[in-house]
Design a protein around this ligand. Structure first.
Ligand code: CP
Length: 305
């Protein structure tokens, strides 16, 4: 039995296979419509979510399975003091596979150790968000046709943004990927990502503050929201939240085939005036997220179609 805590739990070859299956699901949805008949997915969300929880549920429903779960710790026995370890033992009695989001880093790992069913980390604090990373990789591969030889800009809250941390970990495994990190000083990448991931792998990267200076060089721009829920101080959040706003004027500086991704939710960092620009692909990205989660559920349940 296998669980997924980090995007690195899959080798590059396994990830390629996962994306191939997602491509096949996109091309032949009917072939997969009953692949999970009789199976149940539990979604245990101790922290709010729209995309991740609903795309896991949509994924299982589109595979013919069923879902159950809770969408906040308030509506579970966590409010009575039940531990994650006990909760997963209980859920293992009801479901075949589980996706868990938790505000504490490492909580899904605690669950995995006690679980009798595969556990998928659906985001743990500021740490990892592997299925968002799989979504991002499938989006880039589908639209650019490759995951190597790319210059990737990441902009916004690079300190607390777990999607950024997960995606960097995954992308350093591809040839000739260069990074440009665009953030205010206070929201720069954590030192451990710079040292243990980028420097250790001899990856070329630049850290800048001004988005306009680097936009013309990018193949992908990965925008992120300033993570209000992880700030200790509301004043700092208010000062930094609108530091970057991608608008039509800035998009004029970008290549005609530069794609804008965002894990969403967006707040103000992308103006709605660019939503109709064909390079703005963040809503397409959401759809890719459902297909890669379908492929992941099949993989972890050992179902071949
Ligand atoms: N991208 C993402 O994780 O969105 P949700 O918080 O809505 O799940």
């Amino acid at each position: 039995m296998r669980s997924i805590m980090s995007p690195l739990d899959f080798s590059v070859e396994e990830l390629n296979h996962l994306m191939d299956v997602a491509d096949d699901i996109i091309a032949n949805p009917n072939k997969y419509a009953h692949a999970c008949d009789g199976r149940i997915l539990a979604t245990l969300f101790y922290e709010p979510s729209t995309r991740t929880r609903l795309s896991f549920e949509a994924a299982m429903l589109r595979l013919g399975g069923k879902t159950l779960g809770f969408h906040s710790s308030d509506s579970s026995s966590a409010t009575k003091g039940e531990s994650v370890a006990d909760t997963i033992r209980v859920v293992s009695c009801f479901a075949d596979i589980c996706a868990m989001r938790h505000p504490k880093e490492g909580a899904p790992m605690v669950a995995m150790e006690k679980s009798e069913i595969p556990v998928i980390n659906a985001g743990d604090g500021g740490h990892q968000h592997p299925t968002q990373t799989f979504t991002d990789l499938l989006t880039i591969r589908s639209l650019k046709g490759r995951l190597d030889n790319l210059t990737i800009g990441m902009c916004g809250d690079l300190k607390f943004g777990r999607t950024v941390h997960s995606l960097i970990n995954a992308l350093v495994r591809y040839e000739n990927v260069k990074f440009v990190f665009i953030s205010p000083e206070e929201l720069k990448l954590p030192g451990y990502i710079r040292e243990d991931v980028l420097n250790q792998n001899n990856i070329a990267f630049q850290e800048v503050t001004k988005l306009e200076d680097v936009l013309p060089s990018l193949d992908i721009l990965y925008m992120t929201r300033v993570q209000r829920e992880r700030f200790f101080n509301e004043e700092d959040y208010i000062r930094l939240k609108d530091f970057y706003v991608l608008d039509k004027k800035k998009m004029e500086l970008a290549k005609p085939d530069m794609y804008v991704l965002h894990p969403l939710p967006r707040v103000n960092e992308i103006s709605t005036e660019i939503d109709d620009d064909p390079r703005a692909v963040y809503f397409k990205q959401v759809r890719y997220g459902m297909f890669i989660r379908m492929a992941l559920i099949l993989n972890l349940l050992d179902i071949e179609v």
